[in-house]
Design a protein around this ligand. Structure first.
Ligand code: 13P
Length: 255
């Protein structure tokens, strides 16, 4: 199997430029080899370029969203071509906060996933259910529909350049984590959908992360699960030493 773990920090709308730079300086030389663990920080767009200029060999900088078009009259938006031109290699697509507050839909997620892979930017595609859905027992169906929509009309070669993040909405920023078993079960179901679309070998290779109140205390038990290949982390990614603890847990999984 050998799926390389990923720890992706999603800073959301936190940190000023000086705080962001101080964080990067604090962790830059301490993150593992990038072919052992992929260590990514998804930062606010305004200073992505400053961070890319200061990243050492192993740290990677990502964006938190983008438009699907290369250019156009879309005031305030940022295009895949713009991200590529400043050296961005990852982008979060379809985060539940974007879906909830900025009208991101399954259709726009699909357009953006295509746009990212066409520009050689790795999309971290977020899917996940609300508490109502979890309680109604329809999590797998809802997440399956999100996954199928995200990969619509995408061939396996392109799809292999993506990462999925399963983030139950009820676990984001709430301190309520899915249990490792719950997370693993849903991630296995997502892998099943990938197998159905792209076949068994593909499903064994695609990386699927968990996100939602991951912290220094629960990270090891989450990453110990068979199908969880890493984490997409909000709050706990804001502190350099907490972030490095998460990365070290991934290093342990990789070895
Ligand atoms: P928290 O880790 O703060 O719960 O946020 C999760 C998240 O939304 C990462 O994208």
């Amino acid at each position: 199997m050998g799926r390389r773990p990923v720890i992706a920090g999603n800073w959301k709308m936190y940190k000023t430029k000086d705080e962001a730079l101080a964080f990067i300086y604090a962790i830059n030389l301490s993150v593992p080899e990038k072919d052992v663990v992929e260590t990514v920080i998804c930062a606010p767009a305004v200073y992505l370029r400053d961070l890319v200029q200061r990243e050492e060999d192993n740290l990677r900088i990502g964006a938190q969203t983008m438009h699907h078009a290369d250019e156009g009259a879309y005031t305030g938006e940022i295009s895949p071509a713009m991200l590529k031109s400043i050296g961005i290699e990852y982008v979060i697509i379809g985060h539940s906060e974007r879906r909830a507050y900025y009208n991101e839909t399954d259709e726009s997620v699909n357009l953006k996933v295509h746009a990212a892979v066409n520009k050689d930017i790795i999309p971290i595609i977020c899917v996940g259910e609300s508490l109502d859905i979890r309680e109604a027992g329809t999590t797998n169906q809802v997440v399956e529909a999100q996954v199928r929509a995200a990969y619509l009309n995408m061939d396996a070669e392109k799809a292999m350049k993506t990462i999925i993040a399963y983030e139950p909405i009820w676990a984001i920023g709430t301190g309520k984590t899915a249990t490792p078993e719950q997370a693993n079960e849903t991630i296995k179901a997502i892998r099943g959908v990938m197998e159905d679309i792209y076949g068994k070998i593909f499903a064994e290779e695609i990386r699927i992360l968990y996100g939602g109140s991951v912290n220094v205390k629960n990270v090891e038990s989450l990453l110990a699960e068979s199908d969880i290949d890493g984490a997409l982390v909000g709050g706990a990614s804001l502190d350099p030493s907490a972030y490095l603890t998460l990365v070290n847990a991934a290093l342990k999984k990789a070895s």
